[in-house]
Write a protein that binds this ligand. Structure first.
Ligand code: ATP
Length: 299
């Protein structure tokens, strides 16, 4: 347990999650010096310290209570928890909230010429992977026997150099697989980044900091998924215009100075606002249709 009153958050130092994590914390109003080379970076305007480490160290730091919170990919989290369970080390944590970045899938991929006829044909094959526990769990659940060899990087070259028959790796676009003559055959696990915290309750002071931080994180995520839509609409078409607006929010109708035939319609939309809808609105006589990003949201 950390005894300090400052909340300690572990994040990836550099890699695929670090930019998004840093951007999230900044948008939550945290002032942190990212050029800071120290392991522990102080947030100057809130009682928070950021510990910048390797992604694979984050779950353990939280499970051991060295850090109160951590931002990490679900794949790393699950892999560490399975590994520690196997070794009889404490693996408890609380998933405080899912985050809307770091999306990827953990997939099996085989050389393009491999004839895939179903899961059973993978029996006895050898796979190169960074996450053997996730693969093992999937193989056991599907009643197949696979071997694995552990590689921490460049997993996709393993079949070409004769190290393995196939690979099990993280994929987002599939471009790396394609470039290495591999095809994705099964998705084993879907992952996103998560905010996790220690299983043991936080001290009252730290809980108070988290109670301020968490709504901000949720507000940033909600804002990222939402748009503010503004337009001018003929007063006699309000009902049809409102029906076309995306989302469940009731639009705000505002008068326009010097006009009694036109009103302004404003709405916060959490759903995609399609070009087709804009064209339909225009056909109803609407104009000045603006779709704008939202920076922050609360309530
Ligand atoms: P570290 O080097 O910090 O220990 P790492 O080698 O897993 O960790 P990255 O390759 O930066 O570092 O990946 C960090 C996390 O980003 C992954 O664990 C995963 O959750 C997420 N991620 C999102 N998309 C991808 C992708 N296409 N390939 C790999 N990871 C991805």
């Amino acid at each position: 347990m950390t005894t300090e009153t400052r909340l300690r958050i572990a994040m990836q130092k550099s890699g695929r999650l670090s930019d998004d994590t840093q951007a999230l914390l900044k948008r939550c109003g945290l002032k942190l010096n990212v050029s800071d080379r120290r392991l522990l970076a102080h947030v100057s305007n809130m009682p928070i310290d950021i510990m910048r480490v390797r992604s694979s160290d984050i779950p353990g730091l939280v499970m051991d209570g060295v850090c109160d919170l951590g931002i990490v990919g679900d794949n790393t989290l699950e892999e560490t928890a399975l590994e520690r369970e196997l070794m009889g080390i404490a693996s408890g944590y609380v998933r405080t909230t899912g985050l809307n970045f770091g999306g990827c899938r953990f997939s099996l991929a085989m050389p393009e010429e491999f004839e895939y006829t179903g899961i059973e044909c993978l029996n006895g094959l050898r796979f190169a992977t960074t996450y053997p526990q996730l693969l093992k769990r999937w193989a056991e659940a599907n009643n197949i026997n696979v071997e694995f060899c552990l590689l921490k990087g460049s997993v996709e070259v393993a079949p070409r150099v004769g190290l393995a028959d196939g690979i099990c790796d993280l994929v987002s676009t599939g471009a790396t697989l394609e470039a290495n003559g591999l095809k994705e055959i099964e998705v084993i696990y879907r992952s996103k980044a998560s905010l996790i915290q220690t299983e043991a309750p936080l001290s009252a002071e730290k809980q108070e900091i988290l109670d301020t931080l968490l709504p901000r994180i949720q507000g940033v995520m909600k804002a990222k998924e939402s748009k503010y839509i503004m337009l001018h609409a003929p007063k006699d078409k309000i009902e049809q215009v409102s029906a076309l607006m995306p989302g469940k929010e009731t639009p705000t109708i505002l008068p326009l100075a010097g006009r009694d035939d036109i009103v302004a319609v404003h709405v916060v939309a959490t759903e995609t606002f399609f070009w087709e809808t804009m064209e339909e609105l225009k056909a109803l006589g609407c104009n000045s249709i603006l779709v704008m990003p939202i920076e922050k949201m609360m309530g």
